[in-house]
Design a protein around this ligand. Sequence first.
Ligand code: CUA
Length: 187
Amino acid sequence: MTVQEDHHGADVAARVERRWAAASAAIIVVLALLAAFTGIHQATMPQARVETTDPTRLHLSGEFVESNLGTAAEPDGTVTVRAIGQQYSFTPSCILVPAQTPVVLRATSADVVHGILIQGTNVNTMLVPGYISEQFMRFEKTGDYLMPCQEFCSFGHEGMWGKVKVIDRAEFKSRAKNGGRLSCVGE
Ligand code: CUA
């Protein structure tokens, strides 16, 4: 092996190295631009529909007064559930819904940020004070589902649990026929 060949090999290695370095730098620049674009775009183009509420007046009037919390059977056959998260519980702590029925969950927080997660389903939303979170859900099978708070909300967070009880459609209908708001608290 001559000295010249050695130099040639070193040149090739240096060139390849530079190419890889350039490719890596380009990937980083593209990712940074992508992150900046989506971040700025999201901030300048907010969601088409944002519902707000005054967290300090939830208990006084409006949709989230205590007498309106729980499950309501709508005239069109769907079901609306209204709930509040607060340190460290959900109201109602047991949500009653019928199986095989479209359910709209509407919830908000009375104090800090909480989260609702229904185990075994894709229902998972944050509860932010001042905003109403809406989530569509449908349960095919009857049974009990655990509903932990999934957002750290201070020292009582791990004790903040609720439950969703899914019952038979016919049973729900007979319980709902008197109107009012239903829940399974104490059952
Ligand atoms: Cu509420 Cu964690």
